[in-house]
Design a protein around this ligand. Structure first.
Ligand code: ZN
Length: 297
């Protein structure tokens, strides 16, 4: 099905998964497969776009994000910390606890850096301001708290030269940039790069393209925005659903942008008006992504 938004980029519905909180799309290049999560329904979805075959694993805990693991399977940020998922046996094994003594919090968005470390943050189920943090899981399974006082940890990305890390704490209405040391994983000198007017939606997940531009999903904003590395808005991809959560490039040539969405936060009336809320969307916005990094433990 093809749906045209009001922009010039044509968007199609790939899977009408009706996700509660669809999130974290990752293209697995060698398998030519996309995986993404439905955080609150505790699901990891997999799609083979060539056959349209989808598979779903119930993780048994809220799952905020996954990434591929170089030794096979997936690394995951779940309710109680970091785990690994054996896709064949559909089992989750915890490798490091994070805030496990705090039942009010769960892990949220996450991503691997070029050195193979897995980063993911936490948030309170009730979005208590400042109750979350950002963590880094290193190869030896040690967990380092990188940032405190986070409300909804989202949107990790790195600049192509690995000198900067980008981060989104959704209620702050913008994208922050850090100086980043790729050898140690240390970040410092946080400052605001992109300010997003609240009426355009709240920034959620993001990805970077081969030109170093950022693609930012807008919760409540019916759109994905592309920003230049200097923070100026470059392109708007309009979507037929309001709760847009994240995006990642996929397809053999990494020219297809896969976009996740949510039904959470919509009234009965809005759900009726948005029959594709919670779907996985795809478009060809005229840019290329970079391959997703794997967790190397
Ligand atoms: Zn998110």
């Amino acid at each position: 099905m093809n749906l045209s938004g009001d922009g010039s980029v044509e968007v199609e519905v790939v899977v009408d998964s009706r996700d509660q909180v669809g999130e974290g799309p990752v293209w697995i290049g060698p398998e030519r497969r996309l995986v993404w999560v439905d955080i609150t329904r505790r699901l990891v979805h997999g799609l083979d776009p060539a056959t349209s075959h989808t598979e779903t694993v119930d993780v048994g805990q809220c799952v905020g994000a996954v990434a591929t693991r170089s030794s096979g399977g997936l690394v995951a940020a779940v309710e109680t910390g970091f785990g690994v998922i054996d896709v064949a046996t559909r089992s989750l094994e915890m490798v490091a606890e994070v805030e496990a003594d705090n039942p009010n919090n769960r892990m949220n968005d996450g991503k691997c850096d070029s050195s193979g470390r897995f980063w993911a943050g936490t948030m309170a189920f009730d979005e208590t301001p400042g109750a979350g943090a950002l963590y880094r899981l290193d190869a030896d399974h040690t967990v380092t708290k990188v940032l405190d006082d986070v409300t909804i940890s989202n949107g990790l990305a790195w600049s192509l030269d690995d000198r900067n890390m980008y981060f989104i704490d959704t209620p702050t209405n913008g994208v922050d940039i850090f100086d980043y040391d790729f050898e140690t994983g240390a970040v410092r000198n946080r400052r605001r790069l992109i300010e997003i007017p609240p009426e355009l939606g709240a920034p959620d997940g993001m990805t970077v393209d081969t030109e170093g531009y950022l693609w930012v999903a807008l919760w409540g904003g019916r759109a994905v925005h592309r920003y230049a590395p200097d923070g100026t808005l470059h392109t708007v991809v309009s979507l037929p659903a309001s709760q847009i959560t994240s995006c990642a490039f996929g397809g053999e040539d990494l020219t297809e942008l896969y976009i996740t969405s949510a039904t959470q936060g919509l009234s009965e009336r809005e759900l009726h008006q948005q029959p594709h809320a919670g779907a996985l969307f795809r478009c060809r916005p005229g840019a290329n992504g970079i391959p997703a990094y794997s967790f190397r433990d």
